[in-house]
Every structure is written in C-alpha cells, then in structure tokens.
Design a protein around this ligand. Structure first.
Ligand SMILES: [Cu+2]
Length: 193
C-alpha cells in the first residue's frame, strides 16, 4: 500500500514539474551525449509524411530531439501538442530513433492511457518498438500498424513514467478525413504532401 502511494506521489510530482519547468529553465539547452548523426536532417515535419504506397503514411519519431520537456519529446513536441490525423484503415509506418543514452521507446495507445505509469500492449497490432517497456538507447527501430478503428490515440514513449511526464504526441484516427494532416500546437492543421 505504502509502495503504491509512494509511486503515485512520485509520478504526480514528476508530471507536475515536467509541465511547469522552474523559472530560468532553458529549453534550448542541449541534452548531453546525443548521437546527432542518428537524426541529422530530420525535422518536426517528418512526424508525418506521405507513405510510399497509397493510403499509407510515414512517421519519423525522434526521442530527445532537443531539450524540451527534459528530452522527453518526439521531434521537439510533448504532451500531445503535435497532432497527427490519419484516415481510418491507412497503414502507418514508423521509424523510431533515440539518439540519447537514456532509454525511450514508442507505442500506440489510447489517449487516456498516457496517464498511466506503464502501457502494457499496443492498441493496434504491431504498434510498438520491440521491448517497449525496457526501451532502447542510441539506436533506431521500425514498426507498422493499420488502425482499423477511429478515435483519439497517442504515440507515446513506453518507458515507465515517461508518457505521464508528457512524452507523447497525439494520433487521431478519423472516419471523416480523406487525407492525412499534421498540426503543431495552435497552428492550423496542414495536409501532408
Ligand atoms: Cu521516453
């Protein structure tokens, strides 16, 4: 019981501090030890690109792209603030890159699951990096899934406590959308081409 409570308290404190950095915290500060050649030339727009076949998209997720949210970001975005919208039934091919010595991973889950300390299984078959709970460092892996259900999902880091600290972006699977769109924060969504 005490252990459960302690875990909960640690998680809540962590989540709070991740959302409200202390005054003077500099997001442009670099995270040490990044293997930069692993993500040379990749930008936030690579979060969603057209796929090589019709009705598919290509997603490149770089964990610890920069120092935002203490490195717990994908291509600079955390807390769901990059929104990928994909029509239902489209294939999603994901390349996951972690250039840092801190373990991270990627898993597709329901949006509500980002509030959990640990995410057990991908919501759609095939939708996670290998051993997502253990994570991986200084490397790359690929996975694909085809969402067959509309709803609000997330591409989250599956390393315990990272999603709850904001290490996730939004994935909306839409029954109405005819094209894939990418949205950053309050900016308008743009069609990916
Ligand atoms: Cu992570």
């Amino acid at each position: 019981m005490f252990r459960t409570l302690a875990c909960f308290l640690v998680a809540s404190t962590f989540s709070f501090s991740a959302e409200t950095p202390p005054p003077g915290h500099d997001h442009s500060q670099e995270i040490p030890g990044l293997k930069k050649e692993l993500f040379a030339g990749i930008t936030a727009d690579d979060l969603l690109r057209p796929g090589s076949t019709p009705n598919s998209v290509k997603v490149v997720l770089v964990a610890t792209f920069n120092a935002a949210n203490y490195g717990m970001n994908f291509n600079g975005y955390s807390h769901g603030k990059a929104v990928l919208t994909v029509p239902v039934g489209w294939k999603v091919d994901v390349t996951f890159i972690n250039p840092s010595p801190i373990p991270h991973s990627a898993i597709v889950c329901e949006k509500a699951e980002t509030k959990k300390l640990q995410i057990a299984e991908p919501y759609f078959e095939g939708g996670a990096t290998p051993k997502h709970i253990m994570g991986q460092t200084m490397g790359k892996s690929e996975f694909s899934f085809t969402p067959d259900e509309a709803g609000e999902f997330a591409l989250a880091c599956g390393f315990p406590s990272h999603a709850v600290a904001g290490h996730w972006i939004s994935l909306n699977v839409s029954a109405e959308a005819k094209v894939a769109t990418l949205q950053f924060g309050d900016q308008p969504a743009k069609e990916v081409k």
